[in-house]
Design a protein around this ligand. Structure first.
Ligand SMILES: NC(=O)C1=CN([C@@H]2O[C@H](COP(=O)(O)OP(=O)(O)OC[C@H]3O[C@@H](n4cnc5c(N)ncnc54)[C@H](O)[C@@H]3O)[C@@H](O)[C@H]2O)[C@H](O)CC1
Ligand SMILES: [K+]
Length: 532
């Protein structure tokens, strides 16, 4: 697993490491520039003319070290200096002096352009663009001169490398700077990040702008050994594959878990049908679906292997509600917000409390949970909110129900807050509801209130209805098959994402949840082969 640190922690780790090794921070800048240079050569060996744009801080210093290596290797270099080098102080000044001191061949080109000159010059002779404008030190919206040069650099159809983090991305949140509603960010093909990964590099717009993410530790082998707590950990499917429940050669459907999906109120069948299909196709031995009777025929025609049972009213539902035979319950997709749905919520949650059957709550299940925050959830329940649902759950107060009746909770945080504080929100929700929280979004954050993991990434094809229902079905299925809810949440989230990527291939639009469910089935079976 890969630790993800705040910028403050990274700075402390750098300082403590330098102290421990008896080296200066300038040595780290040297290593940063040298390693970025090597990575750029590896990625784009044909690049003979390097365009390096520098800002005003240590990130610019890293860029000047790259420039020195490029000149020493015999390449042409054009520097674009937003701040004049004569005004540099400290380590960036040292890097500048060292760059000036080298001897280059007379045929080598070495130009330095200020902002105005750069904007007036045809820069298309460069083979590679290196962004050393701003790194982790960026605060607030980018100043105009940075926006202007970024627009120009992004227009160049040349490979682009960002040093540490693309200019315009905030390293703690992964959000980006904007101006007049447009993102002002360097669009990198690759980013060479230094020392350790910053939390924001697995979240939000960073996923769109950083390209391939390469970590150069600069010798800091054990970032965890400097007393700084990571904010979260990143991990991938390779690291999770062992969590897939074992499937034996001999046995029956009764050995492979019975998952129950509850939802699909009147006119709302699609979501629970998708969730139940995902549970079945990811390996549950048996899947039952409880759905409004008006939707039952639709469920049967889509997936006759699922045991669909219809309810008309809450009293019908009570007759169905013997929950003891299931190993996991997925609750909420398309359930609805009427009084029947409310009764069903209270009924199911109360019944499950008396068992050790984990419950995965999604969609309208989360809506009702926000109305009844004080109703204890079954042990090891899993909540799967997106940002909007997370707001509702965060804002919900017990007194909403008990003192003021069922009103919409007072808004105190909004989705922008959730997006900006994804790790903290997932941790807070997990604590508040004593559950595992799977906060969906660009970089899904999973927390049990203590640890937090960032999984999956972002893909344009995933912005489509039904994908969340599929995830609910997958988590429920893995729990039913024997995985611990925490492991099931991690595994399902990553499989869901990887399957969506592979199903989407080159498509950015029009990928359906049904296709992703098929993709999950294929991926689960591939994992099975790898493990066995
Ligand atoms: N500490 C080390 O020795 C190492 C650092 N590395 C690299 O350093 C950067 C972080 O450097 P820092 O000087 O803290 O910040 P920046 O270079 O990113 O920028 C600071 C610079 O930018 C100005 N500024 C801030 N906000 C804005 C804004 N919105 N618009 C315009 N300008 C802004 C601010 O005034 C400062 O002048 C890190 O990312 C690494 O690349 C090395 O990795 C190794 C060791
Ligand atoms: K940068």
């Amino acid at each position: 697993m890969q630790p993800l640190f705040s910028v403050d922690s990274i700075k402390k780790i750098e300082r403590n490491f330098a102290k421990q090794e008896g080296i200066e921070l300038y040595e780290l800048m040297q290593r940063a520039g040298a390693s970025a240079f090597e990575q750029a050569r590896r990625l784009w060996p044909q690049a003979g003319h390097w365009l390096i744009a520098t800002g005003a801080g240590n990130n610019a210093g890293d860029g000047l070290v790259v420039a020195r290596h490029a000149l020493l290797a015999g390449f042409d270099v054009t520097l674009v200096a937003i701040k004049p080098y004569r005004e540099f102080r400290g380590d960036p000044e040292k890097a500048w002096q060292e760059l000036l001191s080298i001897k280059k061949d007379s045929h080598q080109r070495f130009d330095i352009l200020g902002l105005e000159q750069a904007l007036d010059t045809d820069l298309s002779s460069a083979d590679l663009v290196v962004d050393a404008l701003l790194g982790t030190g960026v605060k607030g919206a980018l100043k105009d001169e940075y926006c202007q040069i970024l627009e120009r650099l992004n227009q160049l159809s040349r490979p682009k490398l960002a040093l540490d983090i693309p200019t315009g991305i905030y390293a703690d949140s992964g959000l980006c700077s904007t101006k007049n509603g447009k993102d002002t960010v360097f669009q990198a093909d690759a980013t060479v990040s230094f020392v350790a990964l910053k939390t924001g590099q697995r979240l939000n717009q960073a996923l769109q702008y950083q390209g391939e993410l390469i970590l150069e530790t600069l010798g800091v082998r054990h970032a965890l050994s400097f007393g700084e707590e990571p904010e979260a950990y990143g991990c991938n499917l390779q690291q999770l594959k062992e969590k897939l429940p074992t499937r034996h050669d001999v046995g029956s459907k009764f050995d492979c878990g019975h998952a129950l999906l509850i939802g699909g109120g009147a006119h709302l069948g699609g979501a629970v049908i998708l969730a139940a299909s995902a549970a079945l196709k990811s390996g549950a031995g048996m899947v039952s679906g409880w759905i409004h009777h008006s939707q039952q025929a639709a469920g049967l025609s889509v997936c006759p292997e699922i045991m669909w049972r219809g309810y008309n009213s809450h009293s019908d539902f009570q007759e169905l509600a013997d929950l003891s035979r299931y190993q996991a319950v997925g609750f909420g997709p398309g359930l609805g917000r009427d009084s029947t749905a409310e009764q069903i919520f209270l009924d199911v949650i109360t019944k499950l409390q008396a068992t050790d059957i984990p419950c995965v709550l999604d969609a309208d299940g989360l809506y009702w949970l926000a109305k009844y925050t004080s109703v204890p959830l079954p042990v090891q329940s899993v909540l799967t909110p997106h940002a909007g649902e997370a707001c509702r759950l965060l804002n919900a107060q017990e007194e909403d129900v008990f003192s003021t009746g069922r009103i919409e909770p007072q808004l105190s945080v909004d989705t922008a807050y959730v997006t900006q504080n994804r790790i903290k929100v997932a941790q807070t929700l997990a604590k508040k509801y004593s559950a595992i929280c799977v906060l969906k979004g660009a970089g899904t954050v999973i927390s049990d209130g203590e640890q937090a993991l960032v999984l999956a990434g972002a893909h344009p094809a995933m912005m489509t209805a039904g994908l969340g229902d599929a995830l609910t079905g997958l988590i429920t299925s893995f729990i039913a098959q024997g995985a611990k809810p925490w492991d099931a949440a991690l595994l399902a989230t990553e499989i869901h994402y990887e399957a969506a990527l592979s199903v989407a291939a080159n498509r950015r639009r029009g990928v359906t949840a049904s296709e992703v469910i098929e993709g999950c089935s294929i991926l689960v079976n591939q994992l099975d082969q790898v493990i066995n």
